[in-house]
Design a protein around this ligand. Structure first.
Ligand code: NAP
Length: 248
């Protein structure tokens, strides 16, 4: 007798699924049997996500920095009976600058998308998860939260914030059968790291015991694990997936 797919019947919302890590997560959760709603900031990219996910998902437009955008999406999801039982807060941006040159707007923008976005989406999902007494919230942090990185005070603060947010929320909602965990990637080969110069890339590689940058699928596999029954007793955790560059 064939076993049902591990996430059959679940609805996963993956923010920032147009490329990179988010796209790999969306495809992996689909392969585990979930119906996946993947988000992009532009409608052309949302259509590409729809094509990629076929009959087991859909692409939608969302800006996690805009509360109205989230409210509109949840109206639609409610109507379609696709309210998430699994949320992956993956959308993230960088806006690098040394602190003395960093404008308030550059600080605010990164905190608003990376940290406040996760707060808004989690809040929007909790009612449905609590009523089902089952839910998974998986946040994507960064190795920079632990290591620090010159030129990234805004990004590091947002990602360290995500880890604290995860622990506090895990305590708040554990009694409702909802787990909240963080996956903290190291340097992963995506658009975000394509801005590194060859010299910077070599410097990074020299510090990674596994001697390579990560691939989006390296992160997607761990997110998939957290979404499945295998991780039922894990909450408030931060899983470091970084080739060994940081072992905190
Ligand atoms: P990426 O290739 O730059 O993709 C970023 C994704 O976030 C895109 O899908 C983008 O959507 C979406 N996004 C950006 N602003 C958004 C907003 N305001 N609202 C909704 N979605 C938004 O990044 P990545 O490397 O895959 O990174 C994914 C996550 O992993 C981020 O949280 C990042 O901080 C984290 N991370 C990455 C690395 C790395 O080395 N790559 C390391 C540690 C952590 P559009 O395409 O529609 O703009």
């Amino acid at each position: 007798m064939t076993q049902p797919a591990p996430l059959a019947g679940q609805y996963a919302l993956v923010t920032g699924a147009s490329r990179g890590i988010g796209q790999a997560i969306a495809l992996h959760l689909k392969s585990l049997g979930a119906f996946v709603v993947g988000t992009a900031t532009q409608s052309a990219h949302a259509s590409q996500i729809t094509e990629l996910l076929g009959d087991q998902g859909v692409g939608v437009v969302l800006d996690v920095g805009q509360p109205d955008s989230i409210a509109q999406l949840f109206e639609v999801l409610k109507e379609r009976q696709q309210l998430p039982t699994i949320l992956v807060n993956n959308a993230g941006i960088v806006c690098d600058q040394l602190i003395l040159r960093m404008k308030e707007s550059e600080w605010d923008q990164v905190i608003n998308v990376n940290l406040s976005g996760a707060y808004r989406l989690s809040k929007a999902c909790l009612k449905q998860m609590a009523s089902l007494r089952w839910g998974r919230i998986i946040n994507i942090s960064s190795v920079v939260a632990g290591l620090g990185n010159s030129g990234q005070v805004n990004y590091a603060a947002s990602k360290a914030g995500i880890e604290g947010f995860t622990r506090a929320l895990a305590r708040e909602v554990g009694g409702r059968g909802i787990t909240v965990n963080t996956v903290s990637p190291g340097y992963i080969d995506t658009d975000m790291t394509h801005v590194l110069t060859e010299e910077q890339r070599q410097q990074v590689l020299a510090q990674i015991p596994l001697k390579r940058l990560g691939e989006p699928k390296d992160i997607a596999g761990i997110v998939g694990f957290l979404a499945t029954e295998a991780a039922d007793y894990m909450t408030g955790a931060t899983l470091h997936v970084n080739g060994g560059i940081y072992m905190g």
